[in-house]
Design a protein around this ligand. Structure first.
Ligand code: FES
Ligand SMILES: [Fe+2]
Length: 402
């Protein structure tokens, strides 16, 4: 067990929700604790790195950094999505930067060339090197799986496949046709806070009472709180390390919470607008009135909505640093509606506004947790998903059950 946390604190975190204290602040701030999380969570679990439509054609690629690892996500000639290490097998230069479309990757340093599958196919002037075998110099590649259009990587060769574990969730979400959705906007931010703070902020609805309330009730507070009560039943029923889920009822059919707007009737009054995007036809009546806030542990956050989906991607970089992005996705036919670009711009404004509030809160929490005077907090009954995340983290990181 990392020495930064005491047994008493951990026993308090293990109690039932109404009696428990939150994880000790060091679990959010200590490089030692984070190193254990990397070792026992992030290098073992499936982590989302994007959507398959970001690499639609053979040769399409993008690069990213995850856990300090530089990676290339690419679609090869056989239409397989692959994730490759972006570290040249010669002297470790990054083979490619940014995103685009290439027939092969040529390292800019000495010109070694790799196929889209990561095979070394060219290495100039290496004929005098004894026993040099190109087949032993492929770019390293973590495991990859796609699920509902999301691309996941796993650094553990022994990890259980993701698909079977998520089959019940696929079944539950089948009417949304998530795999067909198109990513139309991605907003990327660098966050100076711990990954758990981001997951907690995404998953708990309690903060709608404060952070998003505003002078004109930017979000439908009562609707969210009612929904949260129902949500936790589902969370309890399904929590087994597979996924967490919150069920949100947005009351107005088709209203989506990325569309707060200013009404003409009352100047300056911000309120919920009906979605300008068509509802997904295959949804049931009940599905047309809700949004699910889902976390596939540890960090894959996504929310199917009556007209589309948004998802949050956390790329942990350090104990107090993540790359955070939010993406909006819609069914392909929605992209063809009149004024789609204008509606999208409005939706993006709404989601950026709410996200800026959330990011302010996350940064503030991290600043508070480094205080020498910070103590583990107590849970509201609306924060069961945070309690569950804490149990998950302790299950994975600690050597013995506290
Ligand atoms: S470091 Fe890539 S070719 Fe030398
Ligand atoms: Fe929020």
């Amino acid at each position: 067990m990392p020495s930064v946390v005491t047994g008493d604190d951990l026993r308090a975190a293990r109690r039932p929700l109404s009696q428990a204290s939150m994880l000790p602040p060091a679990c959010y701030t200590s490089p030692e604790f984070y190193a254990q999380e990397v070792e026992r969570i992030f290098l073992k679990e499936w982590l989302c790195v994007g959507r398959t439509d970001q690499v639609e054609k053979p040769g399409d690629f993008f690069t990213l950094m995850l856990l300090g690892e530089r990676l290339i996500v690419v679609r090869d000639e056989d239409h397989q999505v692959r994730v490759l290490s972006n570290v040249c097998r010669h002297r470790a230069t990054q083979v490619v930067e940014g995103h685009g479309n290439l027939p092969r990757f040529e390292c800019p340093y000495h010109g070694w060339t790799y196929s889209l599958k990561g095979e070394l196919i060219g290495a100039p002037e290496m004929q005098r090197t004894d026993n040099f075998d190109k087949t032993q110099c492929h770019l390293a590649a973590p495991r990859v799986e796609t699920w509902e259009g999301f691309i996941f990587v796993n650094f553990d060769p022994q990890a259980q496949p993701l698909g079977p574990r998520l089959a019940p969730l696929s079944q539950r979400l089948q009417h949304y046709k998530l795999s067909e959705m198109r990513t139309v906007k991605t907003m990327v931010y660098e966050g100076n806070w711990n990954w758990k703070i981001m997951v907690e902020n995404y998953m708990e609805a309690y903060h709608v009472l404060g952070l998003h309330k505003g002078p004109h009730d930017v979000m439908p507070v009562h609707s969210v709180l009612n929904a949260s009560h129902q949500a936790y039943n589902i969370t309890n029923a399904t929590y087994n390390g597979a996924f967490g889920i919150i069920w949100g009822d947005f009351a107005t059919p088709g209203a989506t919470f990325y569309s707060p707007g200013v009404t003409e009737a009352e100047p300056g009054k911000t309120e919920w607008l009906p979605s300008p995007f068509p509802l997904i036809e295959s949804l049931s009546t009940e599905e047309r009135m809700r949004g699910d806030f889902i976390n596939i542990y540890p960090t894959h956050l996504f929310t199917p909505l009556p007209d589309g989906m948004f998802y949050g991607q956390i790329l942990p970089q350090a104990a107090d640093r993540i790359t955070w992005s939010l993406s909006l996705c819609f069914p392909p036919e929605t992209l063809a509606i009149p004024d789609f670009a204008q509606h999208l711009e409005h939706a993006v404004e709404g989601i950026e506004f709410i996200n800026s509030q959330d990011m302010w809160a996350c940064e503030s929490v991290q600043r508070g947790l480094v205080s020498r005077l910070a103590q583990p907090g107590r849970y509201c009954h609306l924060e069961e998903c945070i309690h569950q995340l804490a149990q998950y983290v302790m299950d994975k990181v600690l050597d013995t059950r506290a």
